[in-house]
Design a binder for this molecule. Structure first.
Ligand code: AMP
Ligand code: ZN
Length: 480
């Protein structure tokens, strides 16, 4: 498999530390709010990576943290604690917030076909590990205590900015106008490993340590959890591109200094989902969630399809129009699969050629749009319908678009009496109201009450609602 590695800034042949086995780590969510669909783009692509590796024959062990402590709202160590601000916003305890949003995150993941990694670890369950790691870093001279906090000393490293294309000066915390400088630091790029003294006197979660009662910094969580659960050699570390600096840069600094040898070979970063205002982010206030898309009538799996249609290393711009296009493609794809009959002879050579194309797409730096093309090729191929269904099921173990289930549902729905289908982009309340009007009009026509029927027709027309009878039942849409 060829995979782009942010650390070397090249596409490279993927060779795990131990042949056939992959240790994979994913930075998990900070559970102070719902995940937005930008966050979920990253988790979708990481999920495809894990499943793609399995499809290509690797035995993958994957771990992910849940950030329930220590993540500050800015890159500076002086920002506000995100969990604390979430708890304050909702008048709940930090642990209540963490539990609620962890569950919400996995519920969203399930709707998007994202499999929960085998190892999921809340940071608060590993405090001892972080403390032990920090102790060793202090012992080895990589960390110092100042103003009550423990800092990592980046001047002890040969290279700190390992993702080479970073503009060092521009990125160094402290040189940005908007970022408050922490006077305890020896170097601008130093970062906190353990907080005891900070401006958060009301920090709810605190643990005892050699350096006093306090809590860990965010970066040490991922180093600690990864080394504890996946060992000293990691093959792939994933995250959104904003994690490359400072988070992953700091993880590498800590882990390699602690271990005394190179730690993770491949760095997989997903580019951002942007909207009209730029990068989708929670700090901008309103952001799009899976629940919002559902409320507007979009199938979550159509959003997954939207993500798979473009490459993970390209920024992706979200608009409802492009999502509508993905919905149309998704529904058409499902309809074509629903039309297949489970019969015909097996053609191994024909299937293998199609598989080869799919494997080639995955092996080409996880080219998911080519993988989708390989799926469409199956539909066009001169093989039996039963071979097609088997291959679609097989490819969908990686793509996870729920294709066979959706096709089966569609087949059943077609056999049932006519039912209205809610168009994408319309809220449930609005759809209910429109459907009631359509039903009233049908009843009025049946009763030959033409005055009522015509009045309703005019109301619908004035709202640009177009009603059509189809073999699958009544469908309607709002024309732009
Ligand atoms: P957080 O919950 O803020 O720690 O972020 C969870 C994951 O989402 C991280 O891997 C981030 O890098 C990633 N992420 C944040 N914003 C975006 C975005 N707009 N598009 C894609 N990924 C993002
Ligand atoms: Zn992380």
């Amino acid at each position: 498999m060829q995979l782009y590695n942010t650390r070397t800034q090249k596409k490279e042949e993927f060779i795990p530390h131990e042949a056939g086995k992959v240790k994979m780590y994913t930075c998990g969510p900070t559970v102070y709010h719902y995940a937005h669909i930008g966050n979920l783009r990253t988790y979708i692509m990481e999920d495809v990576l894990e499943k793609g590796l399995r499809y290509l024959g690797y035995d993958v062990t994957r771990a992910m943290n849940i950030t329930d402590v220590g993540h500050l709202s800015s890159d500076a160590d002086t920002g506000e604690d995100k969990m604390l601000s979430g708890a304050r916003r909702e008048h709940k305890t930090v642990m209540e917030i963490a539990k609620f949003y962890t569950d919400a995150f996995f519920a969203d993941c399930e709707k998007l076909g994202i499999q929960k990694p085998a190892i999921v670890v809340p940071a608060t369950s590993c405090i001892e590990t972080f403390i032990q790691m920090i102790e060793k870093l202090v012992e080895k001279g990589y960390a110092y205590i100042a103003g009550g906090n423990v800092y990592f000393d980046t001047s002890k490293l040969e290279t700190y900015y390992v993702f080479g294309n970073m503009e060092e000066e521009g990125l160094a915390v402290g040189v940005r106008d908007s970022v408050e400088e922490d006077e305890n630091k020896r170097n601008k790029s130093d970062f906190v490993l353990w907080f005891t003294k900070s401006k958060f006197d009301d920090q709810e979660l605190k643990w005892d340590s050699l350096w006093g009662v306090g809590y860990p910094g965010w970066h040490i969580e991922c180093s600690g959890i990864s080394v504890k659960y996946l060992g000293e050699y990691l093959d792939i570390h994933c995250g959104g591109i904003d994690n490359a600096f400072p988070h992953h840069t700091n993880e590498i600094a800590q882990s390699e200094s602690y271990l005394g040898h190179p730690w993770c070979k491949y760095w997989f970063h997903v580019l951002h989902l942007n909207d009209a205002r730029g990068k989708m982010s929670k700090s901008k206030g309103d952001f799009l969630t899976v629940a919002y898309l559902e409320e507007k009538g979009y199938e979550p799996l159509a959003y997954r399809m939207f993500c798979l249609q473009s490459h993970y290393r390209k920024p992706l711009t979200f608009t409802f129009e492009s999502l509508d296009n993905a919905v149309t493609s998704y529904r058409k794809l499902v309809a074509r699969i629903a039309a297949l009959k489970a019969d015909g002879a097996h053609d191994e050579a024909g299937c293998e050629a199609l598989r080869e194309k799919f494997r080639g797409a995955l092996g080409n730096d996880l080219n998911t749009s080519l993988a989708l093309t390989a799926l469409y090729d199956v539909l066009k191929a001169k093989i039996s319908d039963s071979d097609k269904l088997a291959l679609i099921g097989e490819f969908d173990t990686v793509l996870s678009l729920g294709l066979l289930d959706a096709a089966e549902k569609q087949r059943k729905a077609a056999a049932e009496p006519a039912k209205m289908q809610r168009p994408a982009g319309v809220s449930e309340a609005e759809a209910t109201e429109i459907e009631e009007l359509i039903a009233k009009r049908a009843a009025a026509r049946k009763a030959k009450d033409w005055a009522t029927a015509d009045a309703i027709r005019d109301t619908l027309a004035a709202r640009h609602i177009v009603v059509t009878d189809t073999p699958q039942g009544i469908v309607w849409k709002i024309e732009a």
